[in-house]
Write a protein that binds this ligand. Sequence first.
Ligand code: EPZ
Length: 430
Amino acid sequence: MDRIAIEGGTPLFGDIPVSGAKNSAIKLMAASLLTSEPVRLTNMPRLADTRLLGRLLTRFGTQITESDGADGQETLLHTPEITSAFAPYDLVRQMRASFNVLGPLIARTGHAKVSLPGGCTIGARPVDLHLKALEALGAHIDMHEGYVFAQAPRGLKGAEIEFPFVSVGATEHALMAAVLAHGTTVLKNAACEPEISDLAECLNAMGAKVSGHGTTTIVVEGVASLHGTDWSVICDRIEAGTYAVAGAMAGGEVRLTKVRPELISILLDKLVEAGCEVHRGFDTVTIKRSGAIKPVDVTTDVYPGFATDLQAQFMALMTLATGESVIKETIFENRFMHVPELGRLGADIRVTGSEARVHGVAELRGAQVMATDLRASACLVIAGLAARGETTVNRVYHLDRGFENLEGKLSACGAKIRRIKGDTPVMEDE
Ligand code: EPZ
């Protein structure tokens, strides 16, 4: 497997262009199954996860063409006909978001067989809310041998669905299924993440009638069919936030470009509290730090709260703060797997339940570290940029799932970072 070696201690100076959002791109790719016409996604990130989903869609009959265009990389997805509505375990287990093909497959064909995604390193992550939403829409669901068998031969029917708690994936799944249902669907206690609005707006560009996205109540008036469209994927707020924290931790001055500053507003406020100078432009954000890092508490929450996907990176920053900070994780039950690895670099962190107390230390020292998921890997790279000596991050395939050209983007700002090639890995679910 590839590794990343970082010689720490060099401040970052330069521009980092933010890619299209992984967590939007993969849902938009799944949504392309809802029409027999071509959907062209632009500003597409090229990631292990988008490639994997592409492989799965190909099995359903989707033709995929990748190219470069005026709005960055493009992926043209065209599914004239669903030739098979079967998503095997081998592919779904490698990326749990691929479970979200279930809704579009039933909506388009009236039946599907999709593997359950299985467990995951950051928490149990069941899919009960997804299945209940599909049942409420009239799908008949059976489960055997790890597979979901779903049937709705006469189509799905609009329904009122109130989620017992906020789920990004279940909201998106119900939304994709509801657009072709007969009648009106109301999703209450829906997630408000920007990626959901991106999906809803793309669906509207395909002829759907979705309103209320970006709020906790989404209304979908079902339509008989959708058509193709061109859609530019929203910027990746987690990638943007990760590089903002990298700039804060390494010191120097980093300017993020192709970004929507309002999507990382809470993080930027926290960076200001931590002692950074932050300038928010129209589609740029500049982060500058020369003084000490101040301790700042964070509690993860659903959007617009502090993103769980930035928790590990922010914790890395706090390891060098001039005091104690408290970081609470409220979304996933097991998202502190990076703590022992940060400890290998010299960080002083104590975890009690869902709370981590980070006592800032004077310096981190390079070491061999290994991450168990995507965002934890990013936190170790960030910590490595500020650590004295060489840090080697193992199991880099996690990073390749969600960060496009990470070494290239950081090297362009002066980071001493390189990839050491290894064998091709087999991805595990996360
Ligand atoms: C999405 O995961 C993201 N993934 C995650 O990013 C992100 O951390 C998460 O939302 C929260 O923002 C993608 O978009 C592909 P949830 P998702 O359903 O949809 C529980 C990354 O690193 N739950 O909002 O799976 C669940 O276990 C990834 O890019 C149920 O109990 O998150 C969790 O505790 C990691 N039953 C909580 O809800 C369900 O049926 C929120 O999960 C569904 C969820």
